[in-house]
Design a protein around this ligand. Structure first.
Ligand code: SAM
Length: 283
Protein backbone atom coordinates (compact mmCIF):
# COMPACT_ATOMS: atom_id res chain seq x y z
CA UNK A 1 0.00 0.00 0.00
CA UNK A 2 1.31 3.45 -0.97
CA UNK A 3 2.22 5.58 2.04
CA UNK A 4 0.19 8.70 2.61
CA UNK A 5 1.73 12.16 2.72
CA UNK A 6 1.19 14.01 5.98
CA UNK A 7 1.44 10.98 8.26
CA UNK A 8 5.20 11.38 8.64
CA UNK A 9 7.50 8.41 8.71
CA UNK A 10 10.26 7.52 11.13
CA UNK A 11 14.01 7.64 10.66
CA UNK A 12 15.75 4.92 12.67
CA UNK A 13 19.50 5.20 13.36
CA UNK A 14 20.48 1.57 13.81
CA UNK A 15 23.80 0.39 15.25
CA UNK A 16 25.33 -2.75 13.72
CA UNK A 17 28.27 -4.95 14.81
CA UNK A 18 31.87 -3.67 14.76
CA UNK A 19 33.25 -7.14 14.04
CA UNK A 20 31.32 -9.96 15.61
CA UNK A 21 28.07 -10.38 13.64
CA UNK A 22 26.34 -11.62 16.78
CA UNK A 23 26.50 -8.13 18.30
CA UNK A 24 23.15 -6.80 17.13
CA UNK A 25 20.05 -6.38 19.24
CA UNK A 26 16.77 -8.22 18.53
CA UNK A 27 15.09 -4.82 18.33
CA UNK A 28 17.57 -3.64 15.67
CA UNK A 29 16.88 -6.81 13.64
CA UNK A 30 13.13 -6.19 13.98
CA UNK A 31 13.46 -2.60 12.75
CA UNK A 32 15.70 -3.56 9.82
CA UNK A 33 13.17 -6.25 8.82
CA UNK A 34 10.15 -3.97 8.98
CA UNK A 35 11.22 -0.61 7.56
CA UNK A 36 10.48 0.29 3.94
CA UNK A 37 14.11 0.79 3.03
CA UNK A 38 17.55 0.52 4.62
CA UNK A 39 19.98 3.32 3.77
CA UNK A 40 23.38 1.61 4.05
CA UNK A 41 26.93 2.98 3.75
CA UNK A 42 27.94 0.06 1.50
CA UNK A 43 25.10 -2.24 0.47
CA UNK A 44 27.49 -5.14 -0.25
CA UNK A 45 28.91 -5.01 3.28
CA UNK A 46 25.46 -4.75 4.89
CA UNK A 47 24.04 -7.53 2.72
CA UNK A 48 26.18 -10.01 4.69
CA UNK A 49 24.54 -8.91 7.93
CA UNK A 50 21.09 -8.93 6.33
CA UNK A 51 21.60 -12.45 4.95
CA UNK A 52 22.70 -13.71 8.35
CA UNK A 53 19.42 -12.47 9.89
CA UNK A 54 17.21 -13.21 6.86
CA UNK A 55 16.39 -9.55 6.34
CA UNK A 56 15.21 -8.88 2.78
CA UNK A 57 14.36 -5.19 3.07
CA UNK A 58 15.50 -3.20 0.00
CA UNK A 59 18.74 -1.27 0.47
CA UNK A 60 20.06 1.92 -1.06
CA UNK A 61 23.53 3.40 -0.73
CA UNK A 62 23.96 6.35 1.61
CA UNK A 63 27.50 7.47 2.38
CA UNK A 64 29.74 10.51 2.82
CA UNK A 65 30.02 11.04 -0.96
CA UNK A 66 26.30 11.02 -1.87
CA UNK A 67 24.86 12.25 1.45
CA UNK A 68 23.87 15.74 0.27
CA UNK A 69 22.23 14.44 -2.90
CA UNK A 70 20.51 11.48 -1.25
CA UNK A 71 19.21 13.22 1.87
CA UNK A 72 16.41 15.18 0.09
CA UNK A 73 15.26 11.94 -1.67
CA UNK A 74 15.08 10.15 1.66
CA UNK A 75 13.35 13.10 3.27
CA UNK A 76 10.70 12.97 0.55
CA UNK A 77 10.05 9.31 1.35
CA UNK A 78 9.87 10.06 5.08
CA UNK A 79 7.43 12.92 4.50
CA UNK A 80 5.26 10.46 2.56
CA UNK A 81 5.07 8.24 5.62
CA UNK A 82 7.83 5.71 4.90
CA UNK A 83 10.05 4.29 7.64
CA UNK A 84 13.77 4.29 6.92
CA UNK A 85 16.68 2.71 8.81
CA UNK A 86 20.15 4.21 8.46
CA UNK A 87 23.09 1.88 9.02
CA UNK A 88 26.84 2.16 8.43
CA UNK A 89 29.37 -0.57 7.63
CA UNK A 90 30.02 -1.02 11.32
CA UNK A 91 28.96 0.45 14.62
CA UNK A 92 26.84 3.51 15.20
CA UNK A 93 25.95 5.68 12.19
CA UNK A 94 27.07 9.34 12.38
CA UNK A 95 30.01 8.45 14.64
CA UNK A 96 32.65 9.16 11.98
CA UNK A 97 30.14 7.94 9.42
CA UNK A 98 27.47 9.58 7.26
CA UNK A 99 24.08 10.62 8.59
CA UNK A 100 24.45 14.03 10.23
CA UNK A 101 22.92 15.83 7.27
CA UNK A 102 19.93 13.46 7.07
CA UNK A 103 19.19 13.62 10.81
CA UNK A 104 19.18 17.44 10.73
CA UNK A 105 17.01 17.55 7.63
CA UNK A 106 14.50 15.05 9.01
CA UNK A 107 14.25 16.89 12.33
CA UNK A 108 13.80 20.23 10.58
CA UNK A 109 10.80 18.72 8.76
CA UNK A 110 9.19 17.34 11.90
CA UNK A 111 10.12 13.71 11.20
CA UNK A 112 10.65 11.53 14.26
CA UNK A 113 14.27 10.40 14.55
CA UNK A 114 15.04 7.61 16.99
CA UNK A 115 17.85 5.10 17.51
CA UNK A 116 18.32 1.39 18.05
CA UNK A 117 21.58 1.77 20.00
CA UNK A 118 24.38 -0.74 20.00
CA UNK A 119 28.08 -1.20 19.22
CA UNK A 120 30.38 1.78 18.84
CA UNK A 121 34.15 1.37 18.67
CA UNK A 122 34.96 4.39 20.86
CA UNK A 123 32.74 3.18 23.72
CA UNK A 124 33.78 -0.44 23.26
CA UNK A 125 37.45 0.58 23.52
CA UNK A 126 36.89 2.79 26.55
CA UNK A 127 35.08 -0.01 28.37
CA UNK A 128 38.03 -2.41 28.07
CA UNK A 129 41.06 -0.07 28.10
CA UNK A 130 41.57 0.23 31.83
CA UNK A 131 41.98 4.01 31.61
CA UNK A 132 39.80 6.55 33.46
CA UNK A 133 36.31 6.52 31.95
CA UNK A 134 34.57 9.24 33.95
CA UNK A 135 35.62 12.01 31.56
CA UNK A 136 36.97 11.57 28.05
CA UNK A 137 37.40 13.42 24.75
CA UNK A 138 36.83 11.77 21.40
CA UNK A 139 38.89 13.14 18.51
CA UNK A 140 37.51 10.95 15.73
CA UNK A 141 40.31 10.51 13.17
CA UNK A 142 43.33 12.74 13.75
CA UNK A 143 44.43 14.66 10.63
CA UNK A 144 46.11 12.39 8.10
CA UNK A 145 48.86 14.89 7.18
CA UNK A 146 51.79 15.12 9.57
CA UNK A 147 51.84 18.89 10.24
CA UNK A 148 48.13 19.33 11.14
CA UNK A 149 48.22 16.08 13.12
CA UNK A 150 51.12 17.32 15.20
CA UNK A 151 49.37 20.64 15.78
CA UNK A 152 46.26 18.77 16.99
CA UNK A 153 48.37 16.68 19.36
CA UNK A 154 50.12 19.79 20.67
CA UNK A 155 46.69 21.24 21.44
CA UNK A 156 45.80 18.05 23.35
CA UNK A 157 49.05 17.85 25.33
CA UNK A 158 47.58 19.32 28.52
CA UNK A 159 44.18 17.66 28.21
CA UNK A 160 43.42 15.98 31.54
CA UNK A 161 40.58 13.77 30.26
CA UNK A 162 41.23 10.40 28.59
CA UNK A 163 41.90 11.09 24.89
CA UNK A 164 40.47 8.71 22.30
CA UNK A 165 41.07 8.63 18.54
CA UNK A 166 40.29 6.30 15.67
CA UNK A 167 43.31 5.37 13.60
CA UNK A 168 43.87 3.61 10.30
CA UNK A 169 46.38 0.96 9.44
CA UNK A 170 48.27 3.46 7.24
CA UNK A 171 49.00 5.91 10.04
CA UNK A 172 49.05 3.98 13.28
CA UNK A 173 52.88 4.02 13.54
CA UNK A 174 53.25 7.66 12.48
CA UNK A 175 50.60 8.76 14.98
CA UNK A 176 52.19 6.80 17.81
CA UNK A 177 55.59 8.32 16.97
CA UNK A 178 54.06 11.80 17.09
CA UNK A 179 52.41 11.01 20.42
CA UNK A 180 55.69 9.79 21.90
CA UNK A 181 57.45 12.98 20.89
CA UNK A 182 54.65 15.42 21.76
CA UNK A 183 53.14 13.84 24.89
CA UNK A 184 55.30 12.51 27.72
CA UNK A 185 56.77 9.24 26.36
CA UNK A 186 56.00 7.67 29.76
CA UNK A 187 52.31 8.57 29.53
CA UNK A 188 50.07 5.50 29.74
CA UNK A 189 48.13 4.63 26.60
CA UNK A 190 46.16 1.78 25.07
CA UNK A 191 45.97 0.25 21.62
CA UNK A 192 42.59 -1.47 21.08
CA UNK A 193 42.79 -3.42 17.84
CA UNK A 194 40.30 -5.61 15.97
CA UNK A 195 37.83 -5.48 18.84
CA UNK A 196 35.24 -8.29 19.02
CA UNK A 197 37.09 -10.08 16.18
CA UNK A 198 39.27 -13.19 16.23
CA UNK A 199 42.54 -11.33 16.68
CA UNK A 200 41.39 -8.71 19.17
CA UNK A 201 44.34 -7.11 21.00
CA UNK A 202 44.06 -4.65 23.86
CA UNK A 203 47.45 -3.52 25.09
CA UNK A 204 48.11 -0.94 27.79
CA UNK A 205 51.63 0.42 28.38
CA UNK A 206 53.59 3.64 28.15
CA UNK A 207 53.50 5.37 24.76
CA UNK A 208 57.20 4.62 24.24
CA UNK A 209 56.75 0.91 25.00
CA UNK A 210 53.65 0.64 22.82
CA UNK A 211 55.56 2.15 19.89
CA UNK A 212 58.52 -0.22 20.40
CA UNK A 213 56.13 -3.18 20.65
CA UNK A 214 54.21 -2.25 17.49
CA UNK A 215 57.39 -1.62 15.50
CA UNK A 216 58.54 -5.14 16.38
CA UNK A 217 55.20 -6.83 15.67
CA UNK A 218 54.24 -6.37 11.99
CA UNK A 219 51.18 -8.61 12.45
CA UNK A 220 49.82 -6.19 15.05
CA UNK A 221 50.06 -3.33 12.57
CA UNK A 222 47.09 -4.63 10.56
CA UNK A 223 43.37 -4.13 11.07
CA UNK A 224 41.31 -1.47 12.79
CA UNK A 225 42.52 0.57 15.74
CA UNK A 226 41.35 2.79 18.52
CA UNK A 227 44.08 4.71 20.37
CA UNK A 228 43.48 5.88 23.92
CA UNK A 229 45.85 8.07 25.93
CA UNK A 230 45.71 8.78 29.64
CA UNK A 231 44.98 12.45 30.28
CA UNK A 232 47.75 14.58 31.75
CA UNK A 233 47.65 13.85 35.47
CA UNK A 234 46.33 16.80 37.48
CA UNK A 235 49.10 18.35 39.55
CA UNK A 236 48.12 18.20 43.22
CA UNK A 237 48.21 21.62 44.99
CA UNK A 238 51.01 20.47 47.30
CA UNK A 239 53.09 19.41 44.27
CA UNK A 240 52.46 22.77 42.65
CA UNK A 241 53.69 24.52 45.83
CA UNK A 242 56.74 22.27 46.01
CA UNK A 243 57.51 23.01 42.36
CA UNK A 244 57.27 26.74 43.01
CA UNK A 245 59.57 26.63 46.06
CA UNK A 246 62.08 24.38 44.37
CA UNK A 247 62.23 26.55 41.25
CA UNK A 248 62.92 29.65 43.36
CA UNK A 249 65.62 27.93 45.40
CA UNK A 250 67.35 26.39 42.41
CA UNK A 251 67.77 29.82 40.91
CA UNK A 252 69.59 30.92 44.07
CA UNK A 253 71.59 27.98 45.52
CA UNK A 254 73.25 24.72 44.33
CA UNK A 255 71.01 21.72 43.63
CA UNK A 256 71.73 19.73 46.82
CA UNK A 257 71.08 22.72 49.04
CA UNK A 258 67.91 23.60 47.09
CA UNK A 259 66.60 20.04 47.58
CA UNK A 260 67.37 20.10 51.34
CA UNK A 261 65.77 23.51 51.83
CA UNK A 262 62.68 22.71 49.72
CA UNK A 263 62.13 19.49 51.70
CA UNK A 264 62.49 21.41 54.94
CA UNK A 265 60.13 24.22 53.89
CA UNK A 266 57.35 22.08 52.39
CA UNK A 267 57.64 18.95 54.55
CA UNK A 268 58.06 16.74 51.46
CA UNK A 269 60.58 13.89 51.58
CA UNK A 270 64.06 14.56 50.19
CA UNK A 271 63.58 11.72 47.70
CA UNK A 272 60.39 13.24 46.38
CA UNK A 273 62.02 16.65 46.03
CA UNK A 274 65.07 15.16 44.35
CA UNK A 275 62.90 13.28 41.83
CA UNK A 276 61.04 16.49 41.08
CA UNK A 277 64.34 18.35 40.61
CA UNK A 278 65.46 15.69 38.11
CA UNK A 279 62.17 15.98 36.22
CA UNK A 280 62.59 19.76 36.14
CA UNK A 281 66.14 19.38 34.79
CA UNK A 282 64.84 17.10 32.02
CA UNK A 283 62.34 19.83 31.17
N1 SAM B 1 30.66 4.28 13.23
C1 SAM B 1 31.75 3.48 13.74
C2 SAM B 1 31.60 3.31 15.26
O1 SAM B 1 30.50 3.43 15.75
O2 SAM B 1 32.59 3.05 15.90
C3 SAM B 1 33.10 4.03 13.36
C4 SAM B 1 33.30 4.20 11.90
S1 SAM B 1 34.89 4.80 11.46
C5 SAM B 1 34.68 5.09 9.75
C6 SAM B 1 35.86 3.33 11.45
C7 SAM B 1 36.95 3.34 12.51
O3 SAM B 1 36.42 2.89 13.76
C8 SAM B 1 38.09 2.39 12.22
O4 SAM B 1 39.05 2.97 11.35
C9 SAM B 1 38.66 2.16 13.59
O5 SAM B 1 39.47 3.24 13.98
C10 SAM B 1 37.38 2.14 14.44
N2 SAM B 1 36.88 0.76 14.56
C11 SAM B 1 35.75 0.26 14.03
N3 SAM B 1 35.62 -1.05 14.34
C12 SAM B 1 36.69 -1.37 15.11
C13 SAM B 1 37.13 -2.57 15.74
N4 SAM B 1 36.44 -3.70 15.64
N5 SAM B 1 38.28 -2.52 16.45
C14 SAM B 1 39.00 -1.39 16.54
N6 SAM B 1 38.63 -0.24 15.94
C15 SAM B 1 37.50 -0.22 15.25
Amino acid sequence: MAKQPGKGGILYIVATPIGNLGDISPRAIGILSQVDVIAAEDTRVSRKLADRYRIDTPMIAYHDHNERRRAPELLDRLVHGEEIALISDAGTPLINDAGYHLVRLAQEHGIRVTAAPGPCAVINALSIAGLPTDRFVFEGFLPSKAAPRRRRLEALKDESRTIIAYESVHRILATLRDMVSIFDAHREAVIAREMTKKFETVKRDTLANLLAWLENEPRQQKGEFVLLVHGRPDTAPETAELQRVLTLLRAAVPLKQAVDLAAHITGASRNEVYRLALRQSRG
